[in-house]
Design a protein around this ligand. Structure first.
Ligand code: CDP
Ligand code: MG
Length: 686
């Protein structure tokens, strides 16, 4: 076994391996004082504040591996930790490290998560366990939200994307002593890229420790990638979960999930329930349907949503125990699959689908598609029912279908367009992308070439393949390159003020609250006054302007409520707008001027979104400019009920469910496409 002498395979109940005598290496006088030495000095407030003596913490499987883990981290640059979800990896390991001195002398322990809602909720949990205020010694940093203290934060939860981007400012990640890359099995692009950077950084900073952890993981292949790593596996502690399948695939899995949930609520013994659906709309619809059925019921369940955009109060309620005698029903996206653990779940209902971003060869772009969940994902979902007691999982599809889906999901870097990631790598000074040491499998040469071609059309790189000044800014902006490009075009056109608002409003989850029935119709009518015939972007601009107008919306929650607008979303848009404005004004010293000319604004959107262009057909559908695929305006779009006068549109993204829907659509002139993106449309129209 070449992967280091620290190979430790699970100290299971059978006690296969004894923990190594921890301070074995102390006699070497050349060695700097170790974390274990420092542990005995008991320094820092954190040690006092986070006792690992609490009974709840000690009962987690990871606790029994504390000494072994600290020893391995001490001795090896890279440690792979494998252990089932709920064994305490994410919440405990950073605390063990802090307690033993890895956060001494102003250093920081980072723990990365693929999803922002996981980063924020786990930070809150660890702060709570440590008896400290969130944002003090334990904090989090996600895009547009930094909840850390400049000098006091010792444990920092962050999205993998955020930490990756920190390398732009601090290429050696010098603030950190340990980076724990969590949920590595997720294989999201930024987690993979961060691992690749950490491998490079460690060549120059051998003192930096890397912990790779996940629920299910090919530990050996990571060890091989890093040229050797210690492996620690933590035994699982799960109870049996019985599985039930439906006879035929559900026609409408949201309705089927509601039926199953309601049946279980009325017939199954006590225990909380987790329903896996693919997105916010489905979750809201399902919870509404269950709430309707629960009217007048003797013991109505507590209904909660868990997805990327829930507010902090809902998040807290999801993790808190339900009121005594009440069953908690949580409807969640796959964030509940592995990233976070909700205690007390005994019943799982799995719709069998997941929402995935993937490259569509016909349209030559990424599409958000609802696809069958992989076997690995389904197993994870079912497992959530058996954490504290035997559980039960209902799968809303036949058993034959379960065997037909892929074993696991392809890594994001081979599944999606890599242009945004190539842009980031170029900004980090990686010149030969084709030879970059990706965590295998690397993106194909074809996909990399396509990404470079697109970045050239975006004017982010010149004909030698070098990053332009514009490209540097696109990489630095905390926005998708398309939106960043539109914003920088708006600076030149003199409408940056408007585009800042549009960028902020399209970044937050929709401000429009969807309600059903009469209330929904009333809301729809009241909001009509904001509708701009040019499309969704200008409609969002109207909404924002009215909200902040001192004579109209006055930034008041009552006004928002009157028009069924989410006050939280509008406030968040204000905050994001302020941060984006700082980039333009303070960082890049660019002028922010305002223009009432809607044409200018729409032309700037074309400068960013030219790749996403489509032509309207007489029957109300659309055809994509590239690839000739059929598209439809999303029901939430202005163009679901009207046709763009000019006949052409650009849009932010495509959501593929039963049909392919365009979201955030803006009417444009066809000529602008050739004018704004000559390379792109010349190349494709040959
Ligand atoms: O990372 P891993 O899946 O191994 O476990 P974890 O996220 O560290 O969670 C360990 C335990 O902490 C869970 O099993 C829950 O009992 C508890 N926990 C909680 O109650 N509330 C949270 N917000 C997070 C964790
Ligand atoms: Mg975890």
């Amino acid at each position: 076994m070449q992967h280091g002498s620290g190979m430790l395979q699970g100290q299971s109940a059978a006690g296969r391996t004894n923990p190594p005598a921890a301070p074995a290496a102390h006699s070497d006088p050349r060695r700097p004082p170790s974390a274990l030495d420092r542990a005995s000095e008991a320094e820092g407030a954190l040690v006092a504040n986070i006792p690992s003596t609490s009974v709840a913490r000690q009962s987690l499987p990871v606790f029994r591996h504390r000494t072994a883990l600290l020893y391995l981290v001490e001795q090896h640059g890279v440690v792979v930790v494998v252990g089932q979800t709920g064994s305490g990896k994410t919440t405990q390991i950073p605390q063990f490290l802090a307690e033993s001195g890895w956060a001494a002398e102003g250093r920081v322990i980072a723990c990365t998560q693929p999803r922002r809602v996981a980063a924020t909720s786990l930070a809150a949990r660890v702060a709570h366990e440590s008896g400290t205020r969130l944002g003090d010694e334990v904090g989090y940093a996600v895009r547009f939200e930094d909840c850390t203290h400049e000098s006091r934060t010792r444990i920092k939860f962050a999205t993998s994307g955020l930490l990756f981007r920190e390398c732009l400012r601090d290429p050696l990640l010098s603030a950190y002593s340990v980076v724990m890359v969590d949920e590595a099995h997720e294989r999201d692009a930024y987690t993979d890229l961060l691992l690749a950077l950490l491998k490079k950084i460690r060549k120059q900073r051998p003192d930096l420790r890397v912990i790779i952890s996940s629920a299910t993981l090919d530990a050996e292949s990571y060890a091989a990638y890093f040229g050797g790593a210690a492996i620690l596996s933590i035994e699982g502690r799960t109870h049996p979960v019985s599985l039930a399948y439906t006879g035929a695939p559900a026609q409408d899995y949201v309705a089927a999930a509601v039926d199953a949930a309601w049946h279980m609520h009325n017939n199954a013994p006590a225990g909380d329930m987790l329903i896996f659906l693919t997105g916010r709309d489905e979750i809201d619809a399902a919870l509404q349907m269950i709430a309707d059925r629960a009217i007048g019921h003797a013991s109505p369940p507590q209904l909660l949503a868990l997805h990327a955009n829930v507010d902090a109060a809902t998040l807290a309620a999801v993790f808190a125990p339900a009121p005594t005698g009440t069953r908690k029903i949580v409807a969640a996206t796959n964030v509940a699959e592995a990233s976070v653990t909700i205690d007390g779940i005994r019943y799982v209902i799995d719709c069998g689908y997941t929402k995935l971003r993937q490259y569509d060869h016909v349209r030559d772009m990424d599409v958000l598609a609802v696809v069958p969940a992989s076997q690995a994902a389904s197993a994870q979902r079912a497992g959530r029912a058996g954490r504290t007691a035997p559980g039960h999982c209902i799968r809303l599809y036949p058993e034959t279908a379960a065997r037909a889906v892929p074993q696991s999901t392809a890594p994001e870097l081979v599944r999606c367009d890599v242009a945004p990631f190539v842009l980031q790598l170029l900004a980090l000074g990686v010149t030969n992308i084709a030879r970059f040491d990706f965590v295998p499998p690397a993106p194909s040469a074809h996909m990399l070439a396509g990404a470079l071609e697109y970045l050239a059309a975006l004017q982010a790189i010149d004909d030698k393949g070098c990053l332009t000044l514009l490209g540097e800014r696109l990489a630095e902006a905390p926005l998708d390159p398309m939106l960043a490009r539109a914003l920088l075009a708006a600076v030149d056109e003199g409408c940056a003020d408007e585009m800042l608002t549009i960028a902020a409003m399209t970044t937050v989850a929709t401000p429009f609250i969807q309600s059903k029935g009469a209330a929904g119709v009333a809301a729809e009518i009241s909001r009509r006054k904001f509708v701009a015939t040019e499309g969704d972007h200008l409609t969002l601009l109207n909404v924002y302007r009215a909200f902040v107008d001192p004579k109209i919306g006055k930034q008041s929650p009552q006004w928002a409520q009157k028009y069924s607008l989410s006050y939280a979303a509008l406030r968040r848009a204000m905050s994001i707008r302020t941060q984006l404005e700082k980039y333009l004004v303070r960082r890049w010293r660019l002028p922010v001027t305002s223009s009432d000319d809607a044409t200018k604004i729409r032309r700037c959107l074309v400068a960013g979104f030219f790749r996403h262009a489509a032509r309207a057909l007489p029957d109300g559908s659309y055809v994509s400019a590239r690839g000739g695929a059929t598209l439809h305006a999303h029901p939430s779009s202005v163009f679901s009920s009207r046709r763009p006068e000019s006949g052409w549109v650009v849009y932010h993204e495509v959501l593929h469910t039963a049909k392919s829907y365009m979201r955030d659509v803006c009417a444009i002139e066809q000529d602008w496409l050739v004018e704004m993106a000559p390379h792109y449309y010349e190349v494709t129209k040959k």
